[in-house]
Design a protein around this ligand. Sequence first.
Ligand SMILES: [Zn+2]
Length: 86
Amino acid sequence: MFRLILLAGIIYILLRWLRKSAPPKNKEQAFHRQGQNIEEMMQDPVCGTYVPIGQAVTLTQKKETLYFCGKECRDKFLQAPTEDKH
Ligand SMILES: [Zn+2]
């Protein structure tokens, strides 16, 4: 009877060990995906966050294009009084 409990315990530990050893592969793939986006980063003029161009909310003003981390920041930028003191 004691041997059966011991065997069940070993199987349980083995199953837990197998589950633990699975995650790292996914982490590595996620890291590679992030690495591809690092090249094209633009700074949000409102909050100062660096945003990948592909995910950024863009706003074209006159000749320049601005990149924002989200619509909230773009709205803030549009609402704020422009500092054009020429
Ligand atoms: Zn922002």
